[in-house]
Design a protein around this ligand. Structure first.
Ligand code: NAD
Length: 362
């Protein structure tokens, strides 16, 4: 048994189809919010307005200028709108970018957030914020940005197109898989992460078969909540740091990059993570002797997710520099990664080599 420390954040979660419309007013009352700023992205504005109608005049302002990766200029604009309308809380409707913008407001104002997620990003379940300036992403942890209330309404995810569903779902899976070997891993968190892997491995293929299956959508969203929760406690390790480095340096799409890289990092850390590999494989429903990396690559293939870094926009001449950057930012645990190993890992991921084996990455 490992020694550990564990903090559970005070978050109220509502999970039900229809909850985004039926329960928001209750939730605002629960945290005593009287003057809410609605934060969303322009394409989701009509939906967000409909959902917040029952709040009536308690919605005192709208910010719909959300952009991917929360540029600092957008964060400042959103904070100005919050100040102008004298908001006492923020309600965000959207994916990780909308939640991230709400977090940027909370970071400097301390305003509480009610998050209504519409993707599987999981940001709503973490105290992690992220801001970008001059193509550099800065992240940090602050309990003030952790949403106080999360309203999970699986109906909102029915409109996620198949490609986005697969990429966003595999991004969630990356949170729970890496939670098994990240620095804050502990037995309770392992249980949450493994339950998340089971739910995502059940929900995502069922959605691929029928995108409008409400039960499959609910199971996947449940898995995404647990993934965010597990990630919040475990923190990030080699997989997230690699994706963060690649995304920042080459402007690669966030969720798709996670989907491609995960099996390769999982194969690389396998010799250093004890029985975690077998536990992940079992949670994915893999047969005896199948590694977690092979099971992850197989699942991603079944979901039709991109399977190579070439497909998500990395160019071959960038591999050498990418390897240097990834090795520079790689943590020592669970397994140190030098530049040569990073080159082998990234080259395999760039080509989309399957099967993914640790021997190929040695
Ligand atoms: P996103 O919010 O930019 O959404 C991705 C796309 O999905 C957008 O084009 C959006 O218009 C579309 N979309 C959203 N909901 C939809 C719906 N219901 N139907 C149809 N289309 C819909 O991105 P994301 O993938 O949700 O999140 C990624 C971002 O979140 C990244 O910036 C990442 O760094 C951040 N993130 C942060 C944390 C954290 O803990 N802070 C965790 C995970 C992700």
């Amino acid at each position: 048994m490992r020694n550990f420390e564990y903090t559970s954040p005070p978050v109220h979660v509502v999970f039900a189809a229809g909850a985004a419309r039926n329960r928001l007013a209750d939730m605002a009352s629960l945290i005593g919010a009287q003057r809410l700023l609605l934060v969303t992205e322009e394409p989701l504005l009509d939906l967000a307005r409909k959902l917040t109608e029952p709040l009536g005049e308690r919605v005192v302002g709208v910010f719909d200028g959300v952009r991917p990766h929360v540029p600092v200029a957008v964060a400042e604009q959103a904070r100005r709108v919050a100040a102008e309308c004298d908001a006492d809380a923020v309600v965000s409707v959207g994916g990780g970018s909308s939640t991230g913008t709400a977090k940027a407001i909370a970071l400097t104002t301390g305003l509480p957030i009610i998050a209504v997620p519409t993707t599987y990003a999981g940001s709503e379940a973490t105290p992690v914020w992220g801001l970008t300036e001059d193509e550099r992403k800065t992240t940090g942890r602050d309990p003030r940005v952790q949403p106080k209330v999360i309203v999970y309404d699986p109906d909102l995810t029915l409109s996620l197109p198949p490609g986005l569903t697969a990429a966003s779902g595999l991004n969630a899976l990356a949170h729970s898989v890496e939670a098994l070997w990240a620095p804050g891993a502990n037995p309770l968190n392992d249980a949450i992460a493994l339950e998340s892997i089971r739910a995502l491995a059940r929900g995502l293929p069922a959605i691929a078969a029928d995108p409008e299956d409400p039960e499959a959508r609910a199971v996947a969203l449940y898995g995404a909540w647990l993934a965010g929760t597990a990630f919040a406690t475990a923190g990030s390790s080699l997989h997230h740091k690699t994706c963060h480095t690649l995304g920042g340096a080459y402007d690669l799409p966030h969720a798709e990059t996670h989907a491609v890289v995960l099996p390769y990092v999982t194969a690389f850390v396998r010799p250093a993570i004890g029985d975690a590999d077998a536990r992940i494989a079992a949670a994915l429903g893999a047969g005896d002797g199948v590694t977690a990396a092979a099971a992850l690559a197989e699942l991603a293939g079944r979901l039709g997710a991109p399977s190579s870094l070439a497909e998500v926009g990395l160019r071959e001449p960038q591999l050498a520099e990418a390897a240097r950057l990834v090795a520079e930012h790689a943590p020592d645990a669970p397994r140190p990664l030098d530049e040569e190993q990073a080159r082998a890992l990234l080259t395999a991921a760039w080509r989309g080599d399957v099967p993914v084996t640790e021997e190929a990455l040695a």
